[in-house]
Design a protein around this ligand. Structure first.
Ligand SMILES: *[C@@H]1O[C@H](CO)[C@@H](O)[C@H](O)[C@H]1NC(C)=O
Ligand SMILES: [Cu+2]
Length: 128
């Protein structure tokens, strides 16, 4: 087989990095068209369990900022719906969260009663 020319190697490199980049990073809108709200017929458990999240993905929370917000919380606060000790708080109504490393990311809405009504999201990102 002939030795590839430098420009052919460059082209191969560009194709491979493009394919690699698009296959590993996905942009997810939480809740799809319903966005981030008190869940109706479908809950966020089924939404997240239908996805395979990987490092490099981004998840976007879209909601009416008069009605909701997003808290990144610890596991015990996720389970008890405690809104008082979040790790981070997002309030713009269009909040993107970049998954920079593997882990277990837990989100709840901080408005009283919403987490209890099911506005909570569990995103597991395995060590790849
Ligand atoms: C919401 O955020 C996404 C991702 O950052 C951006 O592409 C989109 O334009 C934003 N939408 C609005 C309405 O600001
Ligand atoms: Cu809410």
């Amino acid at each position: 087989m002939a030795i590839a020319k430098p420009e052919e190697l460059l082209l191969m490199f560009l194709i491979l990095t493009t394919l690699y980049g698009t296959s590993i990073s996905t942009f997810y809108k939480v809740g799809d068209s319903a966005g981030w709200s008190i869940p109706g017929s479908s809950d966020y458990r089924s939404w997240s369990s239908s996805k395979t999240f990987v490092v490099g993905d981004t998840i976007l929370f879209q909601y009416d900022q008069q009605l909701h917000n997003v808290l990144l919380v610890h596991l015990h606060d996720y389970h008890s719906c405690n809104v008082n000790t979040p790790i981070a708080t997002y309030t713009t109504g269009n909040d993107s969260f970049f998954i920079g490393k593997h882990g277990h990311y837990l989100f709840i809405c901080g408005i009283p009663g919403h987490c209890e009504a099911g506005q909570k999201l569990d995103v597991r990102v395995p060590n790849s």
